[in-house]
Design a protein around this ligand. Structure first.
Ligand code: CTP
Ligand code: MG
Length: 357
């Protein structure tokens, strides 16, 4: 379609792509910030080892998946390799006490949360002008694997995939629709929507489906299970880049415009489930229906307004926090973004300012 577009439209799309690209670049974390975060991780790991000598502290989420923005939180996961280990809730309490005694962090242990964590924060300092916020959880191996999956997708087509994801993260934060506690969607949810769109909606696809790759090497596809879930995916990105090329040549601008159009108009919110593993699924095939005959207080109905399947934990709806109002607001924002972009203001930079205003 690109080559068939009239020159003025093509020029505008090229300009807008350029704007998006330079916009996200200046929001990336500095080398200094990354170095400070790595120092913090090492310090915390040393301290945890005084309680559990066989433990490792690993980064996941945006510090590790290639979609990190400046000053984003640190998500850390503690893995313990020894057989007889303390219960997570005890570890959280002990670690909380230790960090309170030995460090300058503000510490908040949450031993009784669904997933017990220690929340930490550090006041601003010259190296970290906005301070630091960090959550430490235990044994969350699925989160480490889904982080690696998202990172692999980012590596296949860094320019288009990372630019789109980073832009959507900033946009959703500025438009205040990135907060699961208030009924909208987590960053993780938005990243899954972008990947779903690039793998399953775009034709030809921009990304292959790493969880269903035909064999690229003469090794049978192994199955790897974690907590009963198959976490296998094709992770040899070097080889993939030699053997697989997307036929899709659209620019980031075109993809973004189409993304907003698809999620404001075409995605079947009422009956559909977005799955990066399997494409568009039906709510009732997963037992996630929110049929109208259900009572007003029906929990399942409230939880399944918007459905995004977790790539590994397939019975987990990543968008379960999205409320009726939240979904209405999110769709309204997708429509607003579509409108702004359809108007194609004369200078592309104005579209960007308007989008995030
Ligand atoms: N995660 C998850 N299930 C969720 C939410 C998050 O497994 N419902 C895990 C994922 O591994 C995800 C990580 O927690 O990569 C961090 O989630 P989130 O904070 O939403 O995403 P980030 O990429 O860290 O975004 P931000 O920069 O906004 O913190
Ligand atoms: Mg995070």
């Amino acid at each position: 379609l690109n080559s068939a577009s009239p020159p003025a439209r093509r020029k505008w799309l090229a300009d807008f792509s350029e704007c998006l690209f330079s916009f996200v670049i200046q929001l990336l974390p500095t080398q200094e910030e990354l170095a400070v975060k790595e120092d913090v991780r090492k310090l915390l790991e040393r301290l945890i080892r005084t309680i559990e000598p066989e433990s490792r502290l690993l980064s996941f989420g945006s510090t590790a998946n290639g979609y990190g923005l400046r000053n984003s939180d640190m998500d850390l996961c503690c893995l313990i390799d020894s057989e007889e280990r303390l219960a997570a809730s005890d570890l959280v309490t002990m670690l909380g006490d230790l960090l309170e005694r030995e460090t300058k962090f503000h510490v908040k242990p949450l031993p009784h949360a669904r997933i017990p964590i220690v929340k930490l924060s550090l006041d601003p300092s010259p190296g970290l002008p906005l301070g630091i916020a960090c959550d430490i959880g235990f044994e969350n191996r699925l989160a480490l694997e889904n982080t690696r999956l998202l990172m692999c997708y980012a590596m296949i087509d860094p320019t288009r995939v990372r630019t789109m994801v980073l832009f959507l993260k900033v946009w959703s934060k500025r438009r205040k629709i990135n907060s699961p506690y208030k009924g909208t969607l987590s960053s993780y949810g938005y990243v899954l929507l972008v990947i779903y769109f690039l793998v399953h909606v775009k034709n030809p696809p921009v990304l292959p489906n790493l969880q269903q790759m035909p064999p690229l090497r003469p090794i049978p596809k192994e199955e790897t299970y974690l907590g009963g879930f198959n976490t296998w995916f094709f992770d040899d990105i070097e080889l993939l880049r030699q053997r697989w090329h997307s036929e899709n040549t659209e620019t980031v601008a075109e993809l973004l415009i189409d993304f907003f159009r698809y999620f404001s108009r075409d995605f079947p919110y009422g009956v559909g489930v977005a799955s990066i593993r399997a494409g568009l699924l039906k709510k009732d095939s997963k037992g996630w229906q929110n049929d109208l005959s259900a009572s007003r207080y029906n929990d399942a109905r409230e939880r399944n307004r918007f459905c995004i399947e977790d790539p590994f934990e397939t019975d987990y709806n990543v968008a379960r926090c999205v409320t009726k109002d939240g979904l209405y607001t999110i769709r309204g924002e997708f429509m607003r973004a579509s409108r702004v972009l359809a108007a194609r203001p004369e200078r592309a930079i104005l579209a960007l300012a308007d989008l995030c205003d």
